[in-house]
Design a protein around this ligand. Structure first.
Ligand code: FAD
Length: 342
């Protein structure tokens, strides 16, 4: 049986950045991805400034640099325009291909079409036939993580994200956020501009609003806004925000597998990158938690608290949304929110 120091299961943003960090060490590393392409996933593709700072991605990978944002409540709206992009959008397949390319000419062994089908104490099985040994195992295998299930870590807190990808002729560089109690409960709707297409979506925790109801509400909302989805592709995927730690002996979880996403916004790429780097550092011998990781945990906790407040507000949620927009029309408050979220 072949044996590696580290096996990373999953070639999304978390697994690929973890592999890149480990590629600079002497360790023998294997990355296994079940699909033919890396990082291709249902996603609005919004990457905030913090995320961009971790990846040195060239401009041709970026779909749109977003300088203009409008946040709507049912009755009001607030617009912002920034000097630096508040967020950029990326096609996940392009990001995955670019991250994968960073591993060219390194010692990391990369295998695609390699689905991990079973995990044992010091080895795993690929495509139900081949056994490979490991000293450390990293679960970067997303929402339905097999590694998380192997560790018997429960998953109680999740979001369902749904979206339509709509072809557009104009190249509007505006991000639009919709706070709408009637349609999106405590969460929100979004329009992320990409090159030649827009990602229109929303998310919710199915404990409070079922996925079926969210889809119905979303379609009603699209009709109300007179948005044509006849040419659009419908997509849906869950998002794990049930974080229980990254380290479990010689087994680690990163990204969505670890529940690193925000329970309010569904944002998870930045958190995946931070946790992927963090676990690589643990494997290389660092014991203390980094400031970046502490900040992500704090950020996610604050977002979850905000989500719970919105849920408890019930019928008053609509008034709270109106108040948020009024506050957002205050320059100083707007600048603080902009800094906090991006
Ligand atoms: C509708 C929607 C919109 C979103 N929009 C945004 C956004 O705008 N911005 C943002 O930051 N986040 C967004 N997210 C969240 C974001 O997509 C995730 O948080 C992020 O992709 C997590 O990265 P990851 O590397 O942990 O996992 P993933 O990207 O899910 O990657 C996991 C990889 O593991 C592979 N894999 C799984 N099982 C196995 C196995 N058994 N063997 C081998 N390989 C395996 C998969 O094929 C996949 O490539 C959105 C999510 C949804 C659903």
């Amino acid at each position: 049986m072949e044996k590696f120091d580290v096996i990373i299961v999953g070639g999304g943003p978390a697994g690929l950045i973890c592999a890149e960090k480990l590629s600079k060490s002497e360790l023998k590393v294997l990355l296994l991805e079940k699909e033919d392409a890396f990082g291709d996933k249902v996603c609005a593709g919004g990457l905030t400034r913090k995320g961009l700072a971790l990846l040195d991605i060239p401009d041709d990978i970026i779909g749109q640099k977003v300088y203009k944002t409008t946040v709507y409540s049912r009755k009001r709206h607030s617009q912002a325009e920034t000097r630096d992009p508040v967020v950029v959008t990326i096609d996940r397949r392009n990001l995955g291909a670019w991250q994968r390319k960073q591993l060219d000419n390194t010692s990391v062994v990369i295998r695609k079409n390699a689905r991990v089908t079973e995990i044992r104490k010091e080895s795993l099985i690929v495509n139900e036939s081949e056994e490979i040994g490991f000293r450390f195992l990293v679960g970067a295998d997303g929402y339905a993580s097999l590694v998380r299930r192997y560790l018997a870590i429960p998953l109680e807190k999740k979001l369902i994200g749904i979206q339509y990808v709509v072809p557009v002729n104009n190249n509007e560089q505006r991000l639009e956020i919709f706070l709408d109690r009637k349609h999106f409960h405590a969460w929100y709707g979004w329009i992320f501009p990409h090159r030649g297409k827009n990602a229109l979506g929303c998310c919710c925790d199915p404990r409070y609003l079922s996925a079926k109801k969210l889809k119905e509400n979303f379609q009603h909302w699209l009709k109300e806004k007179d948005i044509d989805i006849s040419e659009a592709e419908y997509q849906s995927a869950p998002i794990n925000y049930d974080y229980r730690g990254l380290s479990f002996g010689n087994v680690f979880l990163v990204g969505d597998a670890a529940g690193m996403a925000s329970g309010l916004t569904g944002e998870g790429i930045y958190q995946s990158l931070v946790s992927g780097l963090e676990v690589a550092e643990y494997i290389l011998g660092r014991e203390e938690v980094s400031d970046a990781m502490k900040a992500v945990i704090r950020y996610n906790r604050i977002q979850e608290k905000m989500m719970k407040i919105f849920i408890r507000l019930g019928w008053f949620r609509g008034s709270a949304h109106e108040m948020i927009i009024m506050l957002l029309n205050n320059k100083r408050f707007k600048a603080r929110v902009n800094k906090g979220f991006s």
